[in-house]
Design a protein around this ligand. Structure first.
Ligand code: MSP
Length: 609
């Protein structure tokens, strides 16, 4: 059996309600997960929330509530939004989950216990005191690099105070004095990035980001501070007692570990717990035997059956978090080069070229948009109007325009006219007309013809009222579109995959215009009847294949189309209804009866300017 597809997203900070950027990322991952299910893969799709940190602590204090209550309320908004947008994840990561706390602590302990025989010190973690200027807002020590031309720290750093603080550090570079951790993580990372690119399996996709990451690694100096004194940050995971009292984990050693904690099989009771918590465990990936300890490791067999994942993240958290800290952490924890993940880095939605921000008051609320236009209109817009990896400008106007053009006017219209004409001229029954009856076969391609020519349809077509109709060319273009679609989906270029589907709807509408079935219907000769049959069959087949291809992005519409085609009614409402293998021309049997049309994509009327 092939390896399941394991996909994760960034876990969202719970210091505010979800915005359009969060929604985009989760829908993108959902579409990829659904595409893999369409291909017949087992899928484990992990997403969740990042619940600790100073900002949460402060926001909760401001509201006069406990931080847990605060994050529970925000978390509920994320969960409700994913339900509304049909984001069908199979694993849920919440970093205040006791399971996660255990996992983070076990991993810290594992690195602490990995001692250098010569010095008796941990090869990976050390304690150091740092004196310097600290930005309270950005929660970090500042160096002279952060000073402006006037020698001052700019307003973006908020209050800056002098501090003397002891913390734990994780090695990203080799210590020139001790040689710890025993090899050079920075050099390993550079070699690893180069090796993955040479194997045509880049560590980061789209691969234009690889150079960006390589440059950042080349410039890397210094290690990662992974703790904060508990006196200052209360809302975090306490370090194990063996580290001495009074430290909590800071940001990345908590957040990144979620990708390990919530892999089924990591906790023997995980699947049971998820079922108890409302059936979020919807995947079909089976749990394996319990791991020997709660520390991460590529040893547990269920873990190994899933690992490594594809991490879907935004461009802002590639460098340094996912592109530097994460692979070095994994390496330190014992993961081999072959067990390193792949990072799918998406761009950002901006507003009129500017970053979305609370202070500018331009934050787009996906929940309100879904209520206004429907979840599918929003999913369609988010997947079609941005090139994966690049930034785009969010525009409600474009959402309306693209929905109306592609879905209401093109696909919706195709569905409506196909079913209406089939009902009117054939009481809904579509016939697979024998070739001899609708046109004149052409001689087969010569045996020495180039392959491309050999695979061309060899049928001359027929004269229809609006011009010549070539049914073989038409059906062949669908099979070619499926191949192109598959390639784009494999490259996570959802926008191009969707374009293939939309083009098929356009070409089906052109077929209607050229063939003019209302005129063909007046031709009572055997050939005329056969020609009408082939046109109606072609349109119904087009819709069947379009529904399959569009199902990862628009699952509800895909079901709607299948329902109206009266196709696979026994699997109505189930995702298994759609299979990529069925997206080949000729699936509807001769004599199949289509249903009645019901509008699927009502036009959105643009608000008056
Ligand atoms: N909690 C961290 C991630 C930890 S992952 C181990 C975080 N959270 S976040 O809420 O700020 O961002 C979550 C995701 O949303 C990130 O991948 C981020 O890139 C993405 N986006 C945030 N704003 C965005 C846009 N305006 N557009 C698209 N995605 C954006 O970072």
């Amino acid at each position: 059996m092939s390896k399941p597809f394991f996909i994760t997203t960034a876990i969202d900070y719970t210091n505010g309600a979800p915005h359009i950027g969060h929604a985009y990322e989760k829908v993108l991952a959902d579409v990829l997960a659904r595409y893999h299910r369409l291909k017949g893969d087992d899928v484990f799709f992990l997403t969740g929330v990042d619940q600790h940190g100073q900002k949460v602590q402060q926001s909760a204090e401001k509201q006069g509530v406990e931080p847990q209550q605060f994050v529970d309320e925000i978390t509920a908004k994320f969960v409700a939004l994913w339900d509304k947008l049909d984001v069908q994840y199979t694993g849920w990561a919440a970093t205040t989950d006791p399971l996660h706390k255990e996992c983070v602590r076990a991993n810290l302990q594992k690195l602490w216990d990995d001692k250098d025989p010569a010095t008796g010190q941990s090869r990976w973690l050390y304690k150091k005191s740092q004196r310097g200027f600290y930005s309270v807002r950005q929660e970090q020590f500042l160096t002279d690099k952060e000073r402006g031309p006037d020698g001052q720290f700019g307003p973006e750093w908020g209050v800056v105070e002098e501090r003397d603080e002891e913390n734990f550090y994780f090695r990203l570079t080799q210590d020139p004095a001790t040689g710890l951790p025993g090899w050079d993580p920075k050099q390993w990372l550079l070699d690893f990035i180069a090796k993955r690119s040479a194997e045509e399996n880049p560590f980061v996709v789209p691969d234009f980001r690889v150079a960006e990451l390589r440059h950042a690694v080349e410039k890397l100096d210094g290690d990662l501070c992974i703790s904060r004194p508990a006196s200052r940050l209360k809302w975090g995971i306490p370090f194990p007692e063996t580290f001495g009292a009074g430290f909590v984990t800071f940001v990345w050693f908590d957040a990144l570990v979620n990708y390990i904690t919530f892999v089924p099989g990591h906790d023997p009771n995980y699947a049971e717990r998820m079922k108890d918590e409302g059936g979020r465990m919807k995947g079909s990936v089976e749990d394996g035997p319990p791991p020997s300890s709660s520390a991460a490791g590529p040893t547990s067999s269920s873990f190994a059956s899933l690992w490594p994942p594809l991490h879907v993240i935004g461009k802002d958290i590639l460098i340094p978090a996912h592109g530097v800290y994460w692979p070095v952490m994994l390496k330190a924890l014992g993961f081999s080069d072959d067990e390193m993940p792949t990072l799918l880095v998406h761009g950002w939605w901006n507003i009129a070229g500017a970053k979305m921000s609370k202070s500018l008051g331009n934050v787009i609320d996906p929940d309100a948009l879904a209520d206004k236009y429907g979840a599918e209109a929003l999913r369609y817009y988010l997947m079609s109007d941005i090139a994966t990896g690049k930034d785009a400008d969010f525009s409600e106007e474009r959402l309306i325009q693209s929905y109306n053009a592609a879905l209401a006017n093109s696909l919706g219209n195709l569905l409506n006219r196909t079913l209406s004409m089939a009902g009117k001229y054939r009481v809904g029954k579509v016939r697979q007309s024998p070739v001899e009856e609708w046109g004149t076969p052409m001689p087969p391609a010569p045996s020495d013809a180039p392959d491309a020519v050999k695979h061309m349809p060899w049928h001359s077509g027929f004269d229809a009222p609006g011009g010549k109709v070539y049914p073989d060319d038409y059906s062949n273009s669908f099979n070619m579109a499926v191949t192109a679609y598959t390639g784009h989906m494999r490259d996570s270029a959802i926008q191009w995959a969707l374009e293939q589907v939309v083009q098929r709807a356009t070409s089906a509408n052109q077929l209607v215009d050229t063939a003019a079935p209302w005129k063909l219907a007046k031709d009572q000769t055997e050939r005329g009847k056969a020609q009408l049959d082939i046109v109606l069959y072609s349109l119904a087949e087009s819709l069947r294949i379009i529904a399959i291809l569009i199902s990862p992005v628009l699952p509800r519409a895909a079901h709607g189309i299948f329902d109206q085609l009266q196709w696979k009614l026994d699997a109505a409402g189930h995702e298994s209804r759609f299979r990529l293998a069925d997206a080949q021309w000729g699936g509807l049997p001769d004599g199949h009866t289509l249903g009645q049309p019901t509008p699927l994509f009502p036009r959105i009327e643009a608000p008056a300017a």
